[in-house]
Design a protein around this ligand. Structure first.
Ligand SMILES: [Cu+2]
Length: 156
């Protein structure tokens, strides 16, 4: 009997090693899935920039540090593309947090501003994703939009 359990434990141990290896293996699908759940924008240090095709999108959130349950100013500077207004969606990776949408109105050439609040997550997790939707040239419907993602940590 104990011999049998020992065999089973060995198999379980090897399986666990295999799963851990999948996550650690650079470039594997699992490593990428895990990597996408970390911040790529340190918003508390300053604005973050993303390039989507010919367009550059610079996102800033103030005041710093960026806190939950507090009115925040969202500023996007858009280069290489034109839009009358932009839509910014706030959400958490892998968790539905309701609809948190900020409309960014054009305040100057290429500058868009809006105000919004990031809700407090009951789980205590701090990673949020801001998605800026860019209208396609000649198509302002929501379906065909391209978008820029920013992953950042909030402060409690
Ligand atoms: Cu959450």
């Amino acid at each position: 009997m104990t011999g049998m359990n020992g065999e089973n434990n060995k198999i379980i141990f090897l399986l666990l090693c295999f799963i851990v290896a999948l996550f650690l293996l650079p470039g594997s699908f699992f490593a990428q899935a895990a990597a996408s759940d970390t911040a790529d924008c340190n918003i508390n240090l300053g604005p973050c920039a993303k390039r989507i095709g010919a367009a550059e999108i610079i996102l800033d959130i103030t005041p710093r540090p960026v806190k939950v349950m507090k009115e925040l100013s969202f500023t996007v500077i858009l280069k290489g593309k034109r839009a009358d207004r932009l839509i910014l969606d706030l959400g958490m990776p892998g968790m539905y947090m309701g609809k948190n949408r900020v409309i960014l109105e054009k305040t100057a050439g290429g500058t868009y501003k809006g105000k919004g609040v990031i809700p407090k997550c009951p789980s205590g997790r701090k990673l949020w994703r801001a998605v800026v939707y860019l209208p396609e040239a000649g198509n302002s419907t929501a379906n065909n939009n391209t978008k820029a993602d920013f992953l950042f940590n909030v402060t409690y």
